[in-house]
Design a protein around this ligand. Structure first.
Ligand SMILES: [Cu+2]
Length: 129
């Protein structure tokens, strides 16, 4: 490759990178479950949402979606470790709580409540988007 071609090649790569960085991306709403946290990624929009839920943990988990008054809007079944599911839900602007409500008893008889262990987070559905 000549020096001039190399310069054009590098310039093209820089321009390509700049275009990608400047393009706003609306990422699909995704929820990651693990021990013991819930991470909400992407954009939760007003109206219909297709939410992909991944269980990246070692235990089964669920996803409960409630509004900010505590009304449960949707509950998934138990999602096995390593599995994913897609859920459709209509959301209005507001704050929603995502949590896992599994409670298990250990061999020693101790109760482990996934919610109390930290499996909750909040997402905001915004009108301005
Ligand atoms: Cu859980």
């Amino acid at each position: 490759m000549t020096g001039r071609m190399t310069s054009w090649f590098i310039l093209s790569l820089l321009l390509l990178g700049a275009c990608r960085a400047a393009t706003p991306t609306q990422e699909a709403p995704t929820v990651e479950l693990t021990e013991f946290s819930i991470m909400a990624l992407g954009t939760f929009d007003p109206g219909p949402n297709e939410i992909t839920v991944h269980n990246e943990g070692e235990f089964g988990h669920t996803l409960v979606i409630a509004d900010n008054e505590g009304t449960v809007l949707d509950v998934t079944g138990v999602i096995a470790p390593g599995e994913s599911s897609v859920y459709s839900i209509d959301l209005k602007p507001g704050i929603y709580e995502l949590s896992c409500r599994i409670v298990i008893q250990t061999g020693e008889g101790r109760l482990v409540d996934h919610y109390q262990e930290g499996m909750l987070t909040a997402v905001e559905v915004d009108t301005s988007s």
